[in-house]
Design a protein around this ligand. Structure first.
Ligand code: NI
Length: 225
């Protein structure tokens, strides 16, 4: 019983920790870490001008890891605004189910997905452990869309993906290691939808709607100014 009480008190002490304040209004938080964009892609059938939608066709995307950055400003002790930035992500595009050996490596695309969120920290600012939730708006800018040499030799020409506006939701946690330095982990869902277009020598204009809808994971360190 004594031991239980003791460990409970130690735990309480560890959680309460000797921090004057985790976050308060006016704080600026900068975080950097590894960020992974893992598309949970789902696409329409690939459609061509000659054939219409080709049933059983799909588009796949692989995941990519880059340097992630967060810049946050606390409006109150519990509510802040946060910008997610990163170095550009590049994803390989795979075509599935196309006839005539045209499936496989189709090309690649790079993008930047800046996201502006409102974040809410429910715990009292005396706690070193600071979970939070956030809701925001994402703009994804696709660039450097390029076909693979295989797709080009299969008769495709040009590739373009439309930019996307969508909502984003996240959960995260900061753990204050000192008054200013924190460990951070976060998971985010971003609604990214795009239309990809290309041209084929025999089939004409080629189109596919792709819900990229990635899960985004970041772990890193932060500093409170
Ligand atoms: Ni979507």
């Amino acid at each position: 019983m004594i031991r239980k009480t003791l460990s409970a008190s130690l735990l309480a002490l560890a959680i309460a920790a000797p921090f004057a304040q985790a976050f308060e209004a006016g704080d600026i938080i900068v975080r950097a870490g590894a960020i992974t964009v893992d598309p949970q892609e789902d696409s329409s059938d690939i459609s061509t001008a000659v054939t219409g939608p080709l049933s059983g066709t799909k588009v796949g995307l692989d995941s990519d890891t880059q340097l992630g950055l967060n810049f946050a400003y606390m409006l109150t002790n519990n509510i802040g605004i946060e910008l997610l930035a990163a170095t550009p992500f590049t994803h390989d595009i795979t075509a599935k189910g196309l006839p005539g050996g045209m499936s496989g490596d189709f090309g690649e695309v790079s993008h930047l997905p800046p996201t502006l969120s409102v974040v809410y920290y429910p715990l009292a600012s005396q706690s070193a452990f600071q979970p939070y939730v956030g809701l925001g708006v994402n703009y994804t800018w696709f660039f450097d869309d390029s076909l693979s040499s295989k797709a080009e030799s299969d008769g495709f020409n040009g590739l373009e993906l439309d930019d996307s506006w969508g909502l984003a939701a996240q959960v995260g946690m900061d753990y204050m290691l000192t008054d200013n330095v924190m460990l951070n982990a976060q998971v985010r869902y971003i609604d990214i939808d795009t239309e990809a277009t290309s041209n084929h020598a025999a089939l004409g204009k080629v189109k596919v709607d792709v819900d990229v809808d990635p899960m985004v994971y970041m772990v890193g360190l932060g500093y409170k100014f």
